[in-house]
Design a protein around this ligand. Sequence first.
Ligand SMILES: [Zn+2]
Length: 506
Amino acid sequence: MRRIASIFLILCAIVAAGLIGPGGDAKAQGKQGTTQDHAIQSEVQAAAKKYGVPEKLLLAMGYVNSRWEMPPVSPYKKGNPDARGTYGVMQLAQNPSQNTLGEAAKLTGISEKKLEMNRAANIRGAAAVLSRMQGKNKPSSVEGWYRTVAKYGGGSVYADQVFQTLEQGASTKTSSGEQVRISPQPGVKPQATYSPQSGSRADYRRARWYGTNGNNYTPANRPHDLKINKIVIHVTQSSWGSAINWFKDPRAQASAHYVIRSRDGFIGQSVREHNIAWHAGNWNYNQHSIGIEHEGYVNNPKWFTNAMYHSSARLVAHLCRKYHIPINRKHIIGHYQVPGSDHTDPGRYWNWHKYMRLIRHYAGAHHRKLVYQQIVDNSSSRFQASKHWGHSHWSKLRHGSGYRFARPKSVSDPAKFYMKVPRTARYAVYAWWPADSGYNSRAPIGVKTTSGFRWVHVNQRKNGGHWVRLGTFRMPKGKARRIMVSRWTSGKGLIIADAVMIRRYR
Ligand SMILES: [Zn+2]
């Protein structure tokens, strides 16, 4: 037994020796697996000293990248936004755009495998790459490294995130019990050299528009050409800033519509909702969904902050309402639920129960159960209009096979939809029309309520091809309660009568 034990020890020693690359020293070996309060600090110190990179900068980068937790290895995969090909606490990269991993191996003499897996080696590799990018002149202050950090992280959005961390300070405790503290550096400011394209607003008013490269998504005209009926939840496996930068990179071949930051729930938009982002790794799912990335890693619950859950749930509630997506787990899904996906995100630490509850909360009344719905199209026997209303099927944005149109005139000649109202209650009323610049800018639609007809005016030059909510109305019980489209208006252009819908929620 003793002999076996000693052979085992010798083998271990050989294996350990083999792990130390030509450039590896005792510190780079690290003490993986042991709980050491100052291990990160000393690993950073050693790397900073050897390559002349500010220690604080490395600490802030590691914090932004990974909260100082070694992330799972994630090789680059085309069409998967959270498989960027980045490694370790310092996110050395190997993808069609960058090969800082390979470069680090060359500069340090440490193998790529070890740079991926060993924290101390990973830090050394990053320090070597940063030093090489900065060139011979090493600035005395950390501010002088801004452009280099931007280059390392694929753009200034990342650099701003690092410099904001330096400005505000940060502190975290890793799962192995190591404490990392970065004291605030009030003089260090994010430089915000990147400004979103002027005049470009995000589709969602709480988001900021960043955009993406034309190589990373498919233009479309959703929801007119393709229905949007799913939300896919992702986790970036990287910092927020590098995800935003990545989607702007012409070589990424991946994107998502929105990216949410962990610390404060801040939302960046990369792809327009009407376009198809490349996020699900499944063309059918991409076509019909909106992809939302959340900053963090599937193996570390710390990233999933309250601020992020709330901000994301509010966005999803808004999207569900906008595109009539039911709020349930069949329509709001994780990347792991996409057929053919080998991704696990958002992973086991994502609190679906809390998240769905928050979405329902933010969706307010709209999450309530639909108990009654009736749609009446102009082709139905429940529709009636005089001969002054012409027939057309010209616009592709129509509901059903055709629609009716009439010129505006100060006459009482409405098109009438007869609705079956099962009980006196409040109903949400919707109308559908194909939009065209030649249609009416102020088409009057009247709804029979318990206190007579209530009229709303709609702009039929816009919002064509989907249900537009006119409001909620208390409608009296009856087998043929009218919703009418009138010709009597000051608005110009043809008045359209296509389809209406009433809904009651409990
Ligand atoms: Zn994903």
